[in-house]
Design a protein around this ligand. Structure first.
Ligand code: NAD
Length: 267
């Protein structure tokens, strides 16, 4: 049994991860973390997310978890993730980080943490998106500078960061395949008399509406044709199942920073 703690336990993702881990089996929930001010700190996480008693009380401090943790799965917020890793620095445990929206400094801290323990850090844990990342690299290497590259992403109205971590990861893959510096070439908004599109820009546009789980389209616009590749997530379970796959994989690895391409053997 894999002893798992979940941070962001009663959130949209955390609650599905806990629910599906019970269905899949082979997981033992040993910790459920939530923010300090959360109304249900102290209550049984299973009761709160509607799956019946789990025998695990919600806590806000990872050091309160007395049982050994084989893997921590984190879908919370950037500051919560960093606080949790800092609290674990004296007894690092393998982690799967799905949270998005980190600053460069925060991402650097995750890299530092991973020097002592294996860590999967991926803005999108679905098989489909990770396959797509591989395909995007292949396409961009062939189309090169002759095709304009645009990314459009859409998510639900409650999402806090923009563009999505997935869109940014796609942009990084494309920039690297096209030998461009993303900082210099990313264009996040267009308005007014902006002039002609420059050849090397990578457009990244954001839509926020209703309950859209997550949609990403990458468009390669050439003269006389265009290629559009779209991924649509219809349920969060695709990410939750990916996170559980990563949890089962990460704790067997040597220290280092990994992503879902590593987990899925796509490298
Ligand atoms: P959510 O708001 O429903 O859940 C986040 C949970 O974290 C909330 O319950 C919140 O109370 C809790 N939290 C806040 N501060 C905390 C703290 N200090 N300690 C512990 N818990 C704390 O959001 P969500 O839709 O579940 O998404 C969570 C994160 O995961 C976001 O960054 C989102 O972009 C990301 N996400 C990633 C993937 C992926 O595949 N990697 C998929 C979906 C969402």
């Amino acid at each position: 049994m894999l002893k798992m703690a979940v941070s962001g336990a009663s959130g949209r993702m955390g609650s599905r991860i806990i629910t599906l881990s019970r269905e899949i089996g082979n997981f033992k929930l040993v910790g459920a973390l939530e923010r300090k001010e959360h109304d249900n700190v102290g209550d049984d996480i299973g009761d709160i997310i509607g799956i019946g008693s789990a025998g695990v009380g919600i806590t806000h401090d990872v050091t309160d978890i007395k049982e050994e943790i084989d893997v921590l799965v984190d879908f919370s917020s950037p500051s919560a993730t960093i606080q949790c890793l800092q609290a674990l620095s004296s007894r690092p445990v393998p982690v799967v980080i799905g949270t998005t929206g980190f600053t460069k400094e925060e991402a650097d801290y995750i890299k530092l943490y991973s020097q002592n323990t294996p860590c999967v850090f991926a803005p999108n844990m679905s098989v489909g998106v990770n396959l797509l990342l591989k395909v995007l690299d292949d396409i961009a290497r062939v189309t090169g500078d002759d095709y304009d590259v645009e990314i459009v992403e859409a998510h639900h109205r409650l999402k806090k960061d923009a563009p999505s971590g997935t869109a940014m990861k796609m942009a990084q893959v494309l920039a690297s395949a096209l030998d461009r510096d993303l900082e210099d070439t990313a264009v996040y908004a267009r308005h007014g008399l902006i002039g002609e599109r420059s050849k090397k820009e990578i457009g990244i546009q954001t839509v926020r509406a209703g309950d859209i789980v997550g949609e990403h389209t990458v468009l390669f616009g050439g003269l006389g044709e265009r290629i559009e590749i779209t991924h649509k997530a219809s349920s969060r379970d695709t990410f939750a199942r990916g996170a559980l796959k990563a949890a089962q994989w990460v704790y067997k690895q040597t220290p280092g920073l990994y992503d879902m391409q590593d987990v899925l053997g796509l490298k």
